[in-house]
Design a protein. Sequence first.
Length: 249
Amino acid sequence: MFKSIFLICITIIVLSCNPGVVTAQSSWLQKAKDLVGGFQKSDSEQSALSVDNIAAGLKDALRVGSETVVKQLGKTDGFNADPAIHIPLPENFKTVRNALDKIGMSSMLDDLELRLNRAAEVATPKAKSLFLQSIKEMTLEDAMGIYKGPDDAATKYFQSKMSQPLAETMHPIVENSLSQVGAVQTYDNIIGKYRSLPFVPDVKADLTNYVTEKGMNGIFHYLAREEAAIRQNPAKRTTDLLKRVFGAQ
């Protein structure tokens, strides 16, 4: 910052001492003064924001972002109708599909795929309290690092701090939601039909772990987009604190 101001001041001195540029001098001087004034204003705005202000603003942004994402994904077709985060069948189910397709029963797999997405949609709202708790536990040092970091700094923070505890907490929730939407029964029916066929390789899938991982990936995907939007788009700053903190960046 000081280096930039120093260079501008040198420019002003050179222009003032050079008679060959007298005509344009006043224009350049004004531009230089405007630049210096802009730097000074920026410094003033930054200093007016305390570390506590910035931390509070960041936590507010994360709260708003988390609530927006959970609301978006935790509804019917939040996962299923979104190509970016739609949960496909596990990779090894291609073998099952090929086998059942030969006997005209592959539609059972389409039903299972839909139910996997429904399970993620049912489980997602339960993640809200976990995100809010993690935000509360964020230190000032964490907050400042995120504030000064790239557009997805908060999302990366969440992933590093929350992935394991979030997965552990979400696991029983997803397990329950899989049962609630009928995915477990559908899976058992499919595997039963598949294993009744001759000469087919054994196929197993841990649906709970699979949907938990895919569901978390979907949440983090949109959390990163929401975070970037709050940083870049003034219209996304829906509280006075957000406007003050991110408007000064």
